[in-house]
Design a protein around this ligand. Structure first.
Ligand code: SF4
Length: 475
């Protein structure tokens, strides 16, 4: 999963560097392993990419050079490595200098037939530097654009959309033009708008939360938007969007920032989560308990659960925000250690409450929930609370995750997903909960229908019914 961002401006504005950096910070939650950037002032270009956060990679030296070159076009990506490693070659943007010019590309999403795409490119004589989707996409576009189309990038993008199933919201730039594009299924969000004279874009609307920025709309599935240095914008609906979009329902459940709107809804993601919590309380009520959110992923749903049930809401866990997301860490014991580092329990609550309903957005491997419950039980011993007097219920604001994702969310292989291999009772026992309840698929769709038609969302990780062809791959 990644975030992409950038701008194309008819003239240099010194405020652009700050705005661009802020966009990166606002999309940091979408990827923390790499940050990379390509920029051009219409005559000269430069690029950098490295491991680390925006603040670590967009250093003072790089910002100084950025300011010096006065770029009129810039594209960037915050990255989680779902395809290829975290080395700089696999990171994005990718770039190429051909006889007729310079090209750079960054995408958000995954190609479910990645290996087949790489094999086809190689068979056609293309040299691949990485196993990353963004490089495949850049080379497919350029191959098609230069094959019979005289360098026409819109034709290259049309070929990409007609021949490449998968999730890709992307940005492509030359020295003088910016191209925004989105796959015909619309798996991943992508928005554009204005910041002063510049056309700006980003994966989520939270990157437009700045005084001078105005959001225009999302890039439609199957659409390409071309922006040039004169400020001209042309729209090309290259491929009819699929009858049903396949917007990733995990964006509003978990991934997007709560203050973002995704998929052209007029309500924020935090509201979606709140409604999931309310519906969860209707379906999976615990009679008498204190509602406890898993921070920060379960917070909005816990508030919804408490509001609907009338149960009190308290914080029991404190999360250290500087520890990375644990579901992406390789190795079970390392993941468990990190959960213990990441969370602490508020012991004082245990002094007067013994029954809890812990609310989270979802359960992947179950590592986090199992450790959290173990931590509460360990803490209870300090108050001499007998195990039989402590009640811990778990409620999850999404259905059981039974299949892995091939479209850009880095869930583990199916065999590592708790709900793919175990019954609800077995999972409850394993995590040490007195009861476990999931939101139903019908409940999820009932909430989603407040935002869009439920058929416009991908549900593959709950149903195992994938909307495109896919190949299983090693992560
Ligand atoms: Fe999103 Fe799940 Fe579909 Fe992946 S499989 S795109 S996580 S809904």
């Amino acid at each position: 999963m990644c975030g992409i961002l950038g701008y194309c401006a008819p003239q240099w504005d010194p405020g652009l560097t700050k705005f661009f950096g802020l966009q990166g910070f606002n999309l940091q939650h979408r990827g923390q392993e790499n940050f990379g950037c390509t920029y051009s002032n219409g005559k000269k270009f430069n690029h950098f990419k490295d491991k680390g956060l925006v603040s670590q990679v967009f250093t003072k030296e790089r910002r100084d050079h950025f300011n010096q070159i006065k770029p009129l076009i810039a594209i960037a990506q915050t990255r989680y490595a779902t395809a290829g490693g975290t080395d700089a070659i696999s990171a994005q943007p990718h770039w190429m200098t051909l006889l007729d010019g310079f090209y750079s590309n960054a995408t958000n999403g995954d190609l479910p037939l990645l290996q087949e795409e790489i094999d086809n490119l190689r068979a056609a004589g293309t040299v691949m530097l990485s196993r990353n989707d963004g490089e495949v996409i850049l080379k497919k576009i350029l191959h098609a654009a230069h094959g019979k189309n005289g360098g026409d990038l819109v034709a290259g993008l049309e070929h990409l959309m007609k021949t490449t199933p998968g999730a890709y919201s992307g940005c492509l730039m030359t020295l003088t033009e910016l191209y925004l594009y989105r796959d015909p299924y619309g798996f991943r969000p992508l928005y554009f708008g204005r910041w002063r004279d510049a056309v700006v874009f980003a994966s989520e609307t939270c990157a437009f939360n700045e005084r001078d920025a105005e959001l225009e709309r999302e890039v439609h599935p199957g659409e390409v938007i071309v922006v040039d240095l004169q400020g001209r914008i042309t729209h090309h609906q290259l491929v009819k969007p699929n009858r049903h979009r396949q917007q990733c329902i995990f964006e509003p459940i978990y991934f997007a920032r709560p203050d973002s709107k995704v998929f052209e809804n007029d309500k924020e993601v935090g509201h979606f989560r709140y409604q999931l919590g309310r519906r969860l309380a209707q379906e999976q009520l615990v009679g008498d308990a204190v509602v406890v959110p898993v921070p920060d992923s379960g917070r909005f749903s816990a508030v919804g659960y408490a509001t609907e049930s009338g149960l009190p809401l308290r914080e029991l866990f404190i999360r250290n925000p500087y520890i990375p997301r644990t579901f992406q860490i390789a190795g079970q014991s390392q993941r468990e250690d990190l959960v213990r580092l990441k969370f602490t329990t508020m012991l004082s609550l245990l002094g007067y409450r013994r029954n809890f309903v812990i609310v989270d957005d979802s359960l992947v491997r179950s590592t986090t929930m199992r450790i959290l419950i173990a931590m509460v039980r360990e803490a209870a011993q300090k108050f001499d609370i007998a195990p039989r007097d402590l009640e811990i219920h778990v409620r999850l604001a999404s259905p059981p995750i039974k299949a892995c994702c091939y479209y850009g969310i880095d869930t583990p292989e199916t065999k590592e997903l708790a709900a793919a291999t175990h019954s609800i009772r077995e999972i409850a026992e394993f995590i040490g909960a007195d009861s476990l309840g999931y939101l139903s698929l019908e409940g999820l769709d009932a909430v989603a229908s407040e935002f869009d038609k439920p058929t416009n969302y991908c549900h593959a990780c709950f149903t195992g019914k994938y909307p495109t062809k896919y190949q299983t791959r090693k992560r």
